[in-house]
Design a protein around this ligand. Structure first.
Ligand SMILES: [Cu+2]
Length: 168
């Protein structure tokens, strides 16, 4: 069966594009640190108050520069609504939803997961720049959706604060 010349060209271009996208996925996965959010386990959303670690949401230091944040999302807030960690911290978030589907996005980081009731979402990110970050719900969850956010304050370390004071 003869294949028309232009058709051949486009078949090759399509194959080439597939290759390019495949390589892009590999580069993102192995060099860009992009990864699928890991399922962190199952919980009963109605029993969160009696289920560790969700009975005590908050920030815990788990190592040198390593923190764990246990969080609950519910209409229309994150608990806790404020988190403080020192700059340079690696933070693992363990989050679940108490009621409906919510989202968890920290803009300009790799943290971007869905929060499904009954499921624990886990995502790890590093904060190298001090400042205020926001956690945003990016799955429409009802009439108060646009007000659903939390703050992360990444605080400069004591030595950095001193260095800055001296500069001024
Ligand atoms: Cu929402």
């Amino acid at each position: 069966m003869p294949i028309e010349r232009f058709e051949k060209v486009f078949i090759w271009i399509s194959l080439l594009l597939l290759e390019v996208f495949f390589v892009a996925v590999l580069v993102a996965a192995f060099f860009g640190g992009i990864q699928l959010p890991a399922p962190g386990g199952l919980v009963d959303p109605e029993q969160l108050a009696n289920t560790p670690p969700f009975d005590q949401p908050g920030v815990r230091q788990v190592g040198d520069g390593q923190y764990e944040v246990v969080m609950i999302a519910q209409t229309w807030q994150f608990i806790p609504g404020e988190i403080r960690v020192p700059v340079g911290s690696t933070v693992t978030f363990r989050i679940t939803s108490r009621d409906v589907l919510h989202g968890f996005l920290i803009p300009n980081t790799n943290a971007n997961v869905m929060l499904v009731p009954g499921q624990v979402s886990e995502v790890t990110t590093r904060f190298d720049k001090p400042g205020e970050y926001r956690i945003i719900c990016h799955e429409y969850c009802g009439i108060g959706h646009q007000t659903m956010f939390a703050r992360i304050f990444v605080e400069p370390t004591a030595s950095e604060t001193q260095a800055r004071a001296q500069e001024e």
